[in-house]
Design a protein around this ligand. Structure first.
Ligand code: GYE
Length: 332
């Protein structure tokens, strides 16, 4: 009795979430443009679970929108969406609820790399394929079907190349990193260190957890500890939201755009504006618009078709020179 009541309550909660997401449409097209042979599953059969990790940044907001919009456009049967508020335990509970519901595919953007083995094993035992989206996991590759996302190490390497260009005679930089233990922060930190010239020193590295709000006090504390221009000449910031927080602090301290060399990551509208205003000297692209590829992979997995084990997003670096021109075309 109590078990079935718990299950019913969970199911209701999931239905409410989907209702809010506005993606439970049943009147949508029943076949995809590239509909497979008779008997094969189509998008109208698909129940996809997306336990989003949070809403910490503009990148994340755009990623959520991409998933919801693609689900609606393709007319999938149900999108089971939730927001874990940057807490791994919430994500794990959401995955477990999806396994219990018997979804077709789980697409998981993991908040941190470690600690997924148990729940991924549960999904595997239940026969539910898992697509790891965006950040990576440290779990064995046999526990999930594929990973789609950016090469975070390459992003850090690209940032290093910018500092090498801007500081040919060397110097010192600070690093404001993303969520501790997240694939994005680990990769970017590693990439920076891989390629930074030996005459450029990282004198301090602190986390701002990928949010503007948390970056502000961290930068304030760093400014108390180090004198800009003398102790350090540049800052590597792991995302644009934190970068915007940093700019607030620098402005309040009387620092002018261009006094420090700043490189950020994502390429959001906020990041482009920071380039237009002269604060960022480069913004390393990280593309959140993964919806179409995620659903395409999910459909293949539902039909037992093979997929690439790793799908890497194609990205670039943006510069102030054409930031004003590109800003109106930015989708996030
Ligand atoms: O760069 C940041 C977000 O995992 C790539 O997470 C993503 C990162 C992105 O909070 O803005």
């Amino acid at each position: 009795m109590s078990i079935s009541r718990t299950f019913a309550a969970r199911l209701m909660a999931l239905l409410v979430i989907v209702g809010l997401a506005g993606c439970g449409a049943s009147s949508a097209p029943t076949t995809a443009p590239d509909a497979p042979a008779t008997g094969a599953k189509t998008y109208s059969d698909m129940v996809l679970c997306y336990p989003q990790l949070g809403a910490e940044s503009d990148w994340r907001t755009a990623n959520t929108a991409s998933i919801k919009e693609t689900a609606a456009t393709l007319g999938i049967k149900q999108l089971v969406f939730s927001d874990a508020q940057q807490k791994q335990e919430n994500q794990i509970s959401a995955v477990r609820a999806c396994i219990q519901q018997g979804v077709d595919v789980i697409a998981l953007p993991p908040v941190v790399e470690d600690g997924w083995d148990a729940v991924l094993t549960e999904a595997k035992n239940a026969g539910i394929p898992v697509i790891i989206v965006d950040r990576s996991v440290s779990a064995d590759k046999s526990l999930y079907s594929t990973h789609i996302g950016s090469n975070m190490v390459l992003e850090g390497e690209r940032a290093a190349a910018e500092f090498n260009k801007m500081m040919p005679n060397g110097g010192a930089i600070l690093e404001l990193s993303g969520t501790t233990g997240s694939g994005a922060a680990v990769g970017r930190a590693k990439g920076l260190r891989n390629k930074l010239n030996s005459n450029i020193t990282i004198i301090d590295s602190q986390t701002g957890n990928f949010t503007r709000a948390e970056a502000v006090p961290v930068m304030q504390a760093l400014l108390k500890k180090y004198t800009p221009g003398t102790d350090f000449q540049g800052i590597f910031i792991h995302n644009d939201d934190m970068g915007i927080g940093v700019i607030e602090v620098l402005k309040a301290a009387g620092i002018k755009p261009g006094d420090l060399k700043i490189v950020s990551v994502d390429g959001t509208r906020g990041g482009f504006q920071a380039m237009v205003d002269g604060w960022f000297q480069a913004d390393v692209e990280c593309n959140p618009l993964l919806g179409p590829q995620v659903f395409e992979l999910a459909l293949k997995l539902m039909n037992g078709q093979p997929v690439e084990p790793e799908v890497i997003t194609n990205e670039t670096v943006y510069y102030p020179e054409n930031a004003a021109e590109l800003l109106p075309t930015r989708k996030y």
